[in-house]
Structure formats: C-alpha cells, structure tokens
Write a protein that binds this ligand. Structure first.
Ligand code: DP6
Length: 321
C-alpha cells in the first residue's frame, strides 16, 4: 500500500532571500530554520494510466493555471529520474492560510516525499531535500525536524539542507500573529528577485548572513536563547530592508506589522522574552519562551483587537503515515 507523506512547515531564523540560479533555486546564502509542529501538508501520489497529471488540493481539483507550478515540478521529477509515469496527487494542507504560514515549504517537501514513496526511489533524506528544493527553496529544509541549515552549494547536487539538531531540548515556542488573511501581492520568488537585482545593499546581505549563520549556530549549541532571538530579529529586519531599498521600493509590512514590532519592543522593556521574525507577508511571528508566550499573547490580543494568534512548537521531519 502506498503511504501518505507528511511534511511540516518551517520558519527561517536566518532567511533565504535571493537566488543565483532561478531554475535550480540555488541561493546566494545558507539559511537556517526551525521546523514547526502545528502546520503540515499530507500528500499521496498515485500512478495513473494517463498522459497528464491531476492534482487535488484539499479535495478540490485544480485547473491548469492553478497548478502550473506543480505540473512543471512533476515534469522536472520525471526528467531527473527518467520515468514517464503520470500521477494523481492528493494533497491536504493543514496549514490554514489564516495561520500566516506559507504552505509551499511543507507542500513541496510532502510532494517530493510522496513521489519517492510511490516510485520506490529510495532517496536518502539529502536527496529528498535536493528534490524538494527544486519545487520551492524553503521546502529543502522541511525534510528535517528541529533546527535545520540549508547549505547554499554551487550546483544541483551540492545545494541541500542538513539537520543541526532534530530534537533540540530548548525552551522556544512561536506565536504567529495574523493580521491579514489576504494572499500576498508580491510572491517571495518575485520579491527576492527584485531585491537581488536592485537593492544596493544586497552584497552586504550576503556578508551579513554568512556571519549570522555562524553566530546563531553557536548560540543554538550553547542554548543561548537571547542570542538566538536577537540574531533572528536582526536578520529578518535586514531582509525587509532589502525590499525597502529595492528600486522600485516595496514592502510586505502593513501598518499593523509595524505596530506589532513596537509592541514587541515594549514587551522586552518590560522584561519579557519576545523577538520578531517576518516572512514575505505582513504577519509577525514572535519567538517566545514557554514562560513568556502566554503573557505575550495576552498583551498582543489586548492591544490589537483585530488579530488572530496561533501557537506552534518545534516539529519533526518527514513522516509516512
Ligand atoms: C521569506 O521558498 O517561498 O520565507 O524558492 O521562490 O519558492 P521559492 O521561495 P520560497 O521563499 C521563502 C522566503 C522566506 C524566507 C525563508 O523561508 O527562508
């Protein structure tokens, strides 16, 4: 019986923001993430007797424009492994858009693992990370649990994620503050391309990431929570500085994003552990400790009436169910 593959989302503490090769999704820098337990994608691939793939997402058949990216990806996989089978893909996203997490990381990681299972490719997790990366860069990291580093590499075979600590004994939780449920206007793919092309600070970003990766790995090894928080927040703000300094300038921030950043600064002045990280959208993820989280959550909800908050903890790598 063919098993369903499950992959969890991840949040980058050191962001991936810019590709040197668009097609292979080879990044300019390494990146580092934490896999989360709350949100995941379940995907099953069944070989069908047809010359086209069909894709169901959350039990709905996707039309060709909706699933162009997935269809192209399946074609890439066929070319990689020299087979001609077509598939019915059944994918269920337990990553509600309302939780403010992108589903492409868990989506492409689960799809890579599902094809591996159905076609009995016997891929190692490293090979699966390479395959997932070809769907979406951040998906390369969702193969593993806990803290994960994606090593940039220089070609298809050398760009993959590696686990740093899959079951870290560390007191970190994440509070996602969702302020806006509309889908983002500038995709991360386009946003990072514009930043690379036109931000005068892009070369500095590459230098910054290489030192922040070293520092955060040291902080993780030493379980230095404050360092992890400080580096993560600084890295996220530096990524968003690349969008503001692009030409033309753009931003993922909404007015509420700035408000939440200010509230987090206030919370720190009150002595609570809270650091912000923000992806290619307006929602803010707050890095907390188990102790600070309920207080941070109450404060944010009191100050802003129109937000939803979701708690996530550290999650595992790919599973088959
Ligand atoms: C801000 O992985 O969605 O979340 O490779 O073009 O599919 P593509 O981009 P994607 O970008 C993620 C950007 C980010 C930072 C991160 O997850 O590292």
């Amino acid at each position: 019986m063919t098993r369903t593959a499950r992959a969890y989302t991840n949040i980058a503490l050191i962001k991936y923001w810019g590709k040197k090769n668009q097609q292979l999704k080879l990044p300019y820098t390494n990146s580092l993430s934490l896999t989360l337990d709350r949100f995941y994608t379940d995907t099953k691939a069944t070989i069908i007797n047809a010359d086209k793939d069909i894709v169901y997402l959350n039990d709905k058949l996707l039309d060709n424009t909706q699933n162009k990216r997935i269809l192209n990806y399946l074609e890439t996989i066929r070319n990689f492994y020299s087979f001609s089978d077509h598939f019915q893909i059944d994918s269920v996203n337990h990553v509600p858009t309302s939780a403010g997490f992108a589903s492409s990381a868990s989506g492409f990681a689960a799809l890579a693992a599902a094809i591996n299972e159905t076609k009995k490719l016997n891929l190692s997790r490293r090979e699966m990370s390479i395959l997932a990366r070809n769907g979406s860069g951040s998906a390369s990291r969702s193969i593993y649990g806990g803290f994960v580093e994606w090593q940039a590499g220089h070609d298809n075979a050398s760009s993959f994620a590696v686990p740093i600590d899959e079951t870290p004994d560390i007191d970190l939780s994440l509070l996602s503050v969702v302020i806006n449920q509309h889908s983002k206007k500038i995709s991360s793919t386009v946003g990072m391309e514009n930043s690379v092309k036109s931000s005068p600070f892009y070369p500095n970003w590459v230098t910054l990431v290489s030192s922040e990766i070293k520092e955060i790995k040291q902080a993780i090894a030493q379980k230095d929570l404050q360092k992890i928080g400080e580096i993560s927040e600084h890295n996220a703000m530096s990524m968003h500085a690349l969008t503001l300094s692009a030409d033309p300038s753009f931003t993922y921030f909404a007015p509420e994003t700035i408000r939440i950043i200010q509230l987090i600064q206030e919370l720190r002045r009150k002595g609570l552990f809270a650091y912000a990280t923000i992806d290619a959208g307006p929602n803010v993820k707050i890095i907390c400790t188990k102790e600070s989280l309920p207080k941070v959550q109450t404060y944010i909800e009191q100050q802003l009436s129109d937000v939803t908050t979701v708690v996530a903890n550290i999650g595992p790598g790919i599973q088959y169910i």
